[in-house]
Design a protein around this ligand. Structure first.
Ligand code: SF4
Length: 335
């Protein structure tokens, strides 16, 4: 049973998503849509803040993200799925919010500081921090407040964003003597973090990920490259599952309790070789994603259905955002 509280979250259009996205974000979104009125958006304007000169693949990247979402169980009959740039009302709201946001509130954003560091290490124009990037925390606030959301699901590292949204909403309410904007709260997401096959953070650009859309063969092959216990030389050497940097961590996420205990025990006694262990792990992961991948194939061969879902969702989202904007315009006393 859905409550009438609003949950709002989204992703940048990074193209095909990986298992880290599934476990860290999408699985939670699928659960939330049964409990709340959900808005899930694909943040193409946010993508432009750093990739304004690489837009050739943007449309396909949006379709790819939506295809993964739908395959994983995000249901357009339960949630509103939309594309950010199809809601111009958010851009107008962003203007009003920009006017009341002190510059130092934006500058304290930890992600912005990280991005600025990366950009500064580049050469020439690419090293500049553009105006759009500086304003992205306010744009994110406008995204959330376009639907006057109650909750935003976040990891601990993103709580600051929701705090900024609350600060800006409170300031708006004070300046325009209203209680129109709610004080959005973070919904802490405690999903397991899946590292990449090399033990670092999983990411497309690090070439260490397993994609939701990968075939069984590709998945099995990738899992064979996962780091294990580096001190183990022969397959009958006693192993140390706790020092098995990737494979055992994956078992802990994808295996049942009985399987995890079996792997641990056999590894410690030297009864299990790493190659066999990873072969079984690959099969396990493939089993978990079999249904999702089957569904994905359907959407992949019917991109027009995915596009229609995005257009319909965007139209629906726009109607809601229009109402919020109309109230904001009245409160700000625009013409
Ligand atoms: S047997 Fe499995 S758990 Fe043990 S070190 Fe090898 S891959 Fe890791």
């Amino acid at each position: 049973m859905q409550s009438d509280k609003i949950v709002f979250t989204g992703m940048r259009p990074t193209g095909k998503l990986h298992l880290g996205h599934y476990l860290g974000v999408i699985e939670n979104m699928v659960k939330l849509q049964d409990e709340y009125k959900c808005y899930f958006f694909i943040a193409d304007w946010h993508a432009l803040t750093t990739k304004y000169d690489k837009t050739e693949g943007l449309k396909q990247d949006i379709i790819d993200v939506a295809t993964d979402w739908l395959a994983c169980g995000i249901d357009p009959n339960k949630s509103t799925i939309y594309v950010q740039s199809l809601i111009p009302e958010t851009a107008e709201l962003h203007i009003y919010l920009s006017m009341i946001t002190p510059q130092n509130w934006v500058e304290r954003d930890p992600n912005l500081k990280d991005m600025a560091k990366i950009l500064r290490s580049k050469e020439g124009f690419a090293s500049q921090i553009n105006y759009g990037l500086m304003g992205y925390p306010v744009l994110m606030t406008a995204d959330i407040l376009s639907f006057n959301a109650d909750f935003v699901p976040v990891g601990v590292d993103q709580v600051a964003h929701v705090e900024l949204t609350r600060d800006i909403a409170r300031r708006f309410n004070n300046i325009y003597k209203t209680d129109f904007f709610k004080e959005t709260q973070p919904l802490l997401n405690s999903c397991p973090l899946l590292c990449g096959l090399d033990g670092n953070k999983m990411g497309k650009s690090f070439n260490n990920d397993i994609k939701i859309s990968d075939t069984e063969e590709v998945t099995a092959k990738k899992v064979m490259s996962a780091i294990t216990d580096r001190s183990r030389m022969r397959k009958d050497d006693p192993g140390h599952p706790d020092e098995c940097e990737v494979a055992f961590k994956y078992w802990k996420i994808f295996g049942t309790q009985t399987e995890i205990e079996k792997v641990q025990c056999e590894c410690q006694k030297g009864l299990r070789g790493c190659a066999d262990c990873k072969r079984q792990l690959g099969t396990k992961i493939n089993e978990k994603f079999a249904e999702i991948r089957e569904k994905r194939k359907y959407y992949e061969t019917h991109p027009e259905i995915v596009e229609k879902i995005l257009l319909d969702g965007s139209q629906k989202a726009r109607e809601e955002a229009k109402q919020v904007l109309s109230t904001v315009r009245k409160l700000v006393k625009m013409f």
